[in-house]
Write a protein that binds this ligand. Sequence first.
Ligand SMILES: CC(C)(COP(=O)(O)OP(=O)(O)OC[C@H]1O[C@@H](n2cnc3c(N)ncnc32)[C@H](O)[C@@H]1OP(=O)(O)O)[C@@H](O)C(=O)NCCC(=O)NCCS
Length: 192
Amino acid sequence: MLRTERLVLRPHRLSDSDATDWFALQSEPAVREFLPWPERDAASSRRHLRDRTRHTRLWQADDFLALAVELDGHLIGDVSLHLRAVPATTRTVEMGWVVHPALGGRGYATEAAAALLEFAITAVGAQRVTAVTDARNTRSVALAERLGLVAQSTRVPGDPAVAPGETLLAVSGGRAAGGNATTAPGPGDARV
Ligand SMILES: CC(C)(COP(=O)(O)OP(=O)(O)OC[C@H]1O[C@@H](n2cnc3c(N)ncnc32)[C@H](O)[C@@H]1OP(=O)(O)O)[C@@H](O)C(=O)NCCC(=O)NCCS
């Protein structure tokens, strides 16, 4: 579990309260606009949340860590890390984020993502942190830039694939160097 000034980031759980909040979140057209999420009914949304409860660790390439963003006891969003490259010197993670639009514009997404970025660097040992977003998703691009990620014109090994119309943003080296490649823990040692 990670705590920020206003939020708790913790593994997802299949409670009725979270299932209700999750369904409300992904029923928002604005949320689905740039995410590969279909419109789901309540039962399908609950199954989707159940799947998310299983994404709790980063042990090997392609592992996915998804954390509930909780505000005052309610699930308001999700932040995630996708382990793209494991070797200590090139360890790369891809971040994802979503916050309920009714609570947008108050810095919650930035606060949650900043805490997860710090975790990615210090606990996971990421040397490079990336995000891929539809170039038209200006709020997502702005969030990434607030975190210090910069649009990339070329990919390096370990970077996620980028489809036409998508932007790759990344930070590596100096900013991500909170993780010392020789001493940073292996991803499997990172605990939320
Ligand atoms: C991407 C997404 C999370 C961005 O949400 P957001 O509301 O813009 O981000 P934040 O919650 O960090 O809020 C930032 C805004 O709050 C303001 N703000 C207020 N208090 C703040 C604080 N303490 N810290 C940072 N920003 C603060 C910022 O100035 C900014 O305002 P602006 O939009 O007028 O520039 C949201 O649009 C979303 O969930 N989209 C759907 C899912 C999605 O597309 N995900 C990305 C897929 S790649």
